[in-house]
Structures are given as C-alpha cells and as structure tokens.
Design a protein. Structure first.
Length: 280
C-alpha cells in the first residue's frame, strides 16, 4: 500500500506503521463499540484501525493530517455511507463543529487514536475538555506518558498529568505494546490507555482553571514542600498567612510535598481559597 500510494513516513508527524493487527483489535474491544456509537478516529494513517472500527460503530469520522494517506483511505472506505474522511489537523479545528458537520445527532461519542507522541497531551485534553461529551477515549501513546496518567499518589510519576486526567475520567492501561510492533521502530515502548469519562466532571463544585493553577504551582518545584511552593509565595494573589490558615482548615499539612496529596485535597483547598477571592 505504501508503494502503491507513494507514501513515505514523516518523522516530523510522528508516523509509525503498526505491524500487529491484534493491537487494533484490543483497542476496539477496549472501546466497547456498538451501532449506537459515533467514533472520531484521530490519525487514520493506512486505515488498519479504521477497518476494525467501521464494522462495529454506527458512524465514523476519520481525521488524517497527511494528505498522502487520503487516496489510500478513500479506496478502502470512500463508498461506505457511515464513514467520513477529513483531512486536517485536529488541533486546528473545533471538535464540536467537525462532529456537527460529519456525524451529528449521535447517541454516544467515542474517540480512538494511535496518537503521535509529540502532540499526545494537547489532543487528549482537546477531547477531555470538549463541551461535547465523549463517553470513552482509547488511545495508544508512549508508555512513559501512560504510566504518568495512572500513577498512584506519592510515586515518582504522580503529578499534574495524573491529577488532570483524574478530574475528568477513570483511567487505566489496557495493554503494553513493545516498540518492535512498529515500523519504523520507535525508541520507546507504547501502551493502550482507556479513559472512561464522567458526565460533567468528578468535582462540579470546583473551578477547573483555578484548580489546575494551584496544582501547577504546587508541582512547579515538586521537591519543595507545600509551605515553600504555595504558602510562602502566596497563590491566586492571596497572602501567605491566609493560604497557610486555609490549608490548615482543610486538613493539609504544609510540610508535605505535592506528590503526597490526592486530588480530593487539591479540590478542597481550591474551593476554600476561592471563598477569599474578590467577587467578579
């Protein structure tokens, strides 16, 4: 197929050909697809994952940034009425608008993707934060990123990415994929990660932007205690004394390091601190 369509894999786009079709089956199984599902696939490539999606989902929108793959995809799926191909960068388009144009009025939406390593996090959060609710995301990504997403509290990998993902979804690693499954062979191993999203968020009482600002501040120097990363410099324009008192009120010891706090604690601190901010 690559010879037929004169396709050359581009390192700058993070393109690698998955050689083991069993991995595609595992991804589709993890998505638990049915005819009620409308699926967005990011990075269709040669269409190996698409082949499995189209036989289980009610509607499919496959997005591919590289125009050299489009003729190959059109030959395979162009005649299928429930499959829609779109050439473009998903990060340069509104997901809501794309869905409304190509697969509107779906009963449930899911996303599957073999994500390029260099834009994994931006694409993930485009879908996690999308106003249109995606019930599940099943993605292949760098194993190191996968470990950070599911890392338990008080471990080296636990941090901003872990907490941000937990805010929106229950996350687990479904399968590990060695580098030998790809051509060209990448320098790192991969894994399949499943996000089972929560309607709304897990914590509707907290303002997400403020929560993430406090989490980022706390982890900006993760070896420092909360006293040194949040209290001394103050946060959100509040005085160090007020921040210290608020932490004590919600039961957080300022001598602890950020990686020892679960998401609940950061949420409680954010809600309590917001009460002291000027009303806007």
């Amino acid at each position: 197929m690559c010879r037929k369509y004169n396709i050359r894999f581009k390192k700058g786009l993070g393109q690698n050909l998955l050689l083991d079709d069993n991995i595609n089956r595992i991804m589709v199984d993890a998505a638990a697809l049915s005819e009620d599902d409308s699926v967005v696939e990011v990075g269709a490539g040669l269409g190996s994952l698409t082949k499995r999606i189209v036989h289980q989902a009610g509607n499919v929108l496959s997005v591919e940034i590289d125009g050299t793959f489009i003729p190959c995809l059109e030959e395979q799926f162009g005649e299928m009425q429930h499959v829609h191909l779109f050439r473009g960068d998903i990060l340069n388009h509104s997901i809501e608008k794309l869905v409304d144009e190509f697969i509107p009025n779906g009963k449930s939406y899911k996303m599957l993707s073999n994500l390029p390593y260099y834009i994994t996090t931006p694409i993930l959060f485009e879908f996690l934060e999308c106003p249109l609710f995606f019930e599940r995301l099943v993605v292949m990504l760098q194993e190191e990123v996968g470990q950070r997403l599911v890392s338990p509290v008080n471990t080296a990998d636990y941090g901003i990415l872990t907490l941000a993902a937990q805010f929106y979804a229950d996350v687990d690693i479904v399968h590990y994929v060695p580098a030998s499954c790809f051509l060209p062979k990448p320098k790192v191993d991969s894994c399949i990660v499943r996000f089972r999203l929560l309607p709304g968020t897990r914590y509707p009482e907290v303002e997400r932007k403020m929560l993430m600002k406090i989490i980022r501040t706390a982890f900006s120097q993760r070896r420092k205690t909360l006293r040194n990363s949040i209290v001394k410099p103050g946060v959100m324009g509040l005085s160090p004394e007020l921040v210290a008192d608020t932490m004590q009120t919600v039961g957080i010891d300022s001598s602890m390091r950020p990686q020892t706090l679960e998401l609940d604690s950061f949420v409680n601190l954010t809600v309590a601190l917001k009460k002291h901010l000027p009303k806007t």
